[in-house]
Ligand binder design. Structure first.
Ligand code: BV8
Ligand code: ZN
Length: 244
């Protein structure tokens, strides 16, 4: 395992970042950890407490929609009270200072938008949108909590969270937009993701293959730490402001 440098890594990334024409960023649950949003894997991770297959799959929703809604209502309640942290804010500031910026996130918490980021691609959907299981209409819904079994305003059918569950396809336009950014960026930062959920997990390597310089910022090593050009060990809320 190559050494994961913090000081020289930050210096190196700073130089690359401020010379870039198009900066792409991929974020995971780790960027929101310092805001108080639980991550999925690792210490205190959601999937230690709950089984993903019981809650974040279409089969789980068909079997027990009340239980799945209870899980999402609990997360809505928790996240509604939280604010962006210095990591989210630094990304919004970087976007204002570079010629082109694309933020690809696996998170559904909406905190990047709250921090002022503009060009956001939400790979896995958004906790604050719901979709009708029959007429497929998608609407923003910020009620906390939602009824046990929320119903569509147009057709009365059961609503589901507008998120991508395990075993479901990501929306093609969303995925295409992400791949376009990955193919055209010259610098990519991969921040706070354990890099195990596909297809997001391999986006950093794809950017590197396309010629971008790729830097990881994570508290822990990941399967790609040795593959990227730079791997910085630390909290995103502490590292990202140092890039400004
Ligand atoms: C699909 C949304 C086509 C809702 C989520 C190829 C090989 C093997 C399996 C597959 C494959 N392709 C597809 C699959 C199946 C599956 C998959 O990847 N499974 C894995 C687990 C093996 N993928 C899919 O099903 C995807 N669909 O590919 O469609 C298809 C379909 C069927 C069959 C084949 C192909 C859809 C995946 C969508 C899953 N939806 N959730 C919800 O949240 O409720 S995933 C869930 O994990 C999260 O939402 C999150 O988005 C995602 C990723 O997690 P991370 O963000 O990385 O978070 P994690 O907790 O793991 O890590 C946190 C990291 O932060 C850690 O590294 C930690 O060290 C670090 N950290 C902590 N604090 C800090 C920090 N870093 C910095 N600073 C800090 N302060
Ligand atoms: Zn409907």
């Amino acid at each position: 395992m190559a050494e994961r440098k913090t000081e020289t890594g930050i210096q190196d990334l700073r130089e690359k970042l401020w010379g870039a024409k198009h900066v792409a960023v991929l974020t995971g649950a780790g960027i929101s950890a310092e805001s108080g949003v639980p991550t999925f894997r690792g210490e205190g991770g959601l999937w230690k407490q709950f089984r993903a297959v019981d809650l974040a799959t279409p089969e789980a929703f068909s079997r027990d929609p009340k239980l799945v809604w209870e899980f999402y209502n609990w997360r809505r309640e928790l996240i509604a009270a939280l604010s962006p942290n210095p990591g989210h804010l630094a990304l919004a500031e970087i976007e204002r200072r570079v010629p082109r910026f694309t933020l690809i996130t696996q998170n559904i918490d909406g905190l990047h938008e709250k921090a002022g980021s503009k060009n956001i691609i939400e790979l896995h959907g958004n906790l604050w949108r719901v979709q009708c299981t029959r007429c497929e209409q998608i609407v923003e819904d910020r009620r906390v909590p939602l009824p046990e079994l929320p119903a569509c305003e147009s057709c009365g059918s059961l609503l589901r969270p507008h998120v991508v569950w395990f075993g479901e396809m990501l929306e093609p336009q969303v995925l295409n937009a992400a791949y376009e950014a990955i193919g055209s960026c010259d610098v990519m930062m991969v921040i706070g993701t354990s890099a195990v959920v596909q297809p997001a997990a391999s986006m950093g390597v794809q950017a590197k293959r396309n010629g971008a310089a790729v830097a990881e910022i994570n508290l822990e090593p990941t399967p790609y730490s040795d593959v990227y050009n730079i791997s910085i060990s630390g909290k995103s809320g502490e590292i990202l402001p140092q890039l400004l």
